[in-house]
Ligand binder design. Structure first.
Ligand code: ZN
Length: 272
């Protein structure tokens, strides 16, 4: 993976350029060089600036796809997660829209829209017979399927050396008028995260009328959640966005979508 991202088109042009001294290389090695260049060019073309689909849990009941968007330009690696809880579907809906629309100009974005397919299909927080996926971290030794799914998600964070996580959830009621956490941006403490959290809340609230629909910035996320454990163990900024299920679905999806784009814009990841 690292080889692809560091293999720039400039290097390809240089290797294939006209300055190469033909007397120093045999015809055979020239053919080999050409084949390598063509193969590398194809691989780079497929990787950079496009979407690459991957699957976790192939053959398991929790099988689900994630999508990688890369750029040639350096930048952070962002992990966007939706659908950890099956009765909070707006995050999954928003990430599917973003997946179909995203252009990355720097860094890397990994999108896992439907983290917990069996729960989403059941419309329940977790599928019958399963455990709460967002209490299944750190990944435990007891490998029921919830544990195996948590392990697959954790592996994405480690394999791609994720720098920042945004996990999309929904709450029962509005934070401003209840003990629930609807309409919040929840940040786990990190020096690189506080200003971003403040920015997100300030910007999203400009689109919302005064009152309960406005977002509040709170901290931290719950113990044994993906975001909490990634923050504690890897020392990276991690966020949860919470909309509120009593609002119309379209509005909740739109708010998640706006928050994600505000974050990607702030991190200077979007193609200009
Ligand atoms: Zn949730």
């Amino acid at each position: 993976m690292a080889a692809y991202s560091s293999f720039s088109s400039q290097e390809i042009n240089y290797n294939g350029g006209e300055k190469m001294d033909k007397k120093l290389i045999s015809r055979w090695s020239a053919i080999v060089v050409l084949i390598v260049i063509l193969a590398a060019g194809t691989a780079v073309g497929a990787e950079i600036g496009g979407e690459k689909k991957q699957t976790i849990g192939a053959g398991e009941k929790f099988e689900t796809d994630y999508f990688i968007f890369r750029s040639e330009e350096p930048g952070p690696t962002v992990f966007l997660v939706g659908g950890i809880h099956g009765d909070e579907p707006a995050g999954a809906g928003a990430l599917e829209i973003i997946r179909d629309d995203l252009s990355v100009g720097a860094g890397k974005v990994i999108i896992l829209p439907r983290a917990n397919n069996p729960a989403l299909e059941a419309g329940e927080r977790y599928a019958p017979g399963a455990r709460d996926l967002n209490r299944a971290f750190p990944v435990d030794e007891e490998k029921d399927w919830t544990g195996r799914l948590a392990s697959e998600i954790w592996n994405i964070v480690i394999e791609y050396e994720v720098d920042i996580i945004f996990d999309l959830h929904e709450a029962r009621d509005f934070y401003q008028i209840s003990d629930s956490v609807g309409q919040t941006v929840i940040l786990n403490p990190h020096p690189d995260g506080a200003l971003l959290a403040l920015h997100l809340v300030t910007e999203i609230n400009q689109h919302l009328p005064p009152g309960k629909k406005r977002f509040t910035y709170i901290s931290p996320t719950v113990q044994n959640s993906l975001t909490r454990v990634a923050n504690e163990q890897l020392e990276i900024p991690t966020f949860i966005f919470e909309t509120t299920v009593v609002m119309p679905m379209e509005e909740r999806v739109s708010l998640h979508e706006k928050l994600v784009y505000l974050a990607l814009d702030y991190l200077e990841i979007l193609e200009k």
